[in-house]
Design a protein around this ligand. Structure first.
Ligand SMILES: [Zn+2]
Length: 270
């Protein structure tokens, strides 16, 4: 039985997964062998990293160039006063290790850009987008497609959020949003408010989708985007398809490598 290679402590720690027919010992082993990269350890990356660590994902890559600020603590729940003014990835790594020492954490205290994205993403099985800028989302989507890696996308704005899963060949961020919004149409500044629990809702869904991808169970949020409005407390699903004219994943792609104009700082969901 696959579960026989778990230690006694692991059998206790993951008892509720082992008892779940959808996960069981085989699913838990898959989680323990998985390598997941969380890009952006801010509002979305916090719940993602916490739940994936709790779930026993074997290796968690954490990429973020930023430092912890007091204004982050209203919603970036992986950070605390102890890590104030320190590197986000270092603080998050400490929290993850305290939660589950089984998890190997690889930290990347750097900006993900067109020069390092392929090598960075290429070392992982699943990529989770916890960034906060359109440039970053296109960059991660392009890189994940070129590397044929699944990408668990999430984004938040004020009181709204959305989640979807991009599987290479079944649509990408450019299929969903062919063009970025015109500059100034959507504020990306720190002046935009965010309801504290909203990234928890969206990031937790991203974590659940990641666990499903790794263990191969359930119906993934593929070809459908889940839209959430916290004030109305509604969830709506919009279906989308791969765009055959998509420059990246279409029938006649024109983008075969990350473009230099994608070299932009990758922000983090604030
Ligand atoms: Zn596409």
């Amino acid at each position: 039985m696959a579960g026989s290679s778990l230690t006694s402590e692991q059998r206790q720690r993951y008892a509720r997964h082992l008892a779940l027919t959808e996960i069981g010992p085989a699913g838990q082993q898959r989680l323990m062998r998985a390598r997941v990269l969380v890009v952006g350890v801010g509002a979305l990356g916090s719940p993602v990293a916490l739940y994936l660590a709790a779930a026993g994902v074997g290796t968690l890559g954490l990429a973020d160039h930023d430092r912890v600020r007091l204004s982050n603590l209203q919603r970036q729940v992986i950070h605390s006063m102890e890590g104030l003014d320190q590197s986000k990835v270092d603080g998050a790594a400490r929290t993850v290790s305290a939660l589950n020492p089984d998890v190997t954490v690889e930290t990347f205290a750097e900006t993900v850009n067109a020069h390092n994205a392929m090598e960075l993403l290429g070392a992982f099985d699943v990529i989770v987008d916890g960034t906060d800028s359109f440039a970053a989302r296109y960059l991660l989507s392009d890189a994940a497609y070129l590397l044929r890696k699944p990408l668990v996308h999430g984004s938040i704005f004020r009181i709204e959020g959305q989640v979807t899963v991009f599987i290479p060949g079944r649509g990408c961020y450019r299929c969903l949003y062919p063009e970025p919004p015109p500059p100034g149409a959507i504020e990306e500044s720190e002046q935009v408010g965010v309801l504290a629990a909203l990234p928890g809702i969206v990031g937790t869904i991203q974590a659940a989708e990641t666990i499903k991808l790794i263990t191969g169970v359930g119906d993934g949020l593929v070809n459908r985007v889940l839209l959430h409005d916290t004030m109305a407390m509604t969830f709506h699903e919009v279906r989308y398809r791969r765009n055959r004219a998509c420059p990246v994943c279409g029938d006649r792609p024109t983008v075969h490598q990350l473009a230099d104009d994608a070299v932009r700082g990758v922000g983090v969901a604030r």
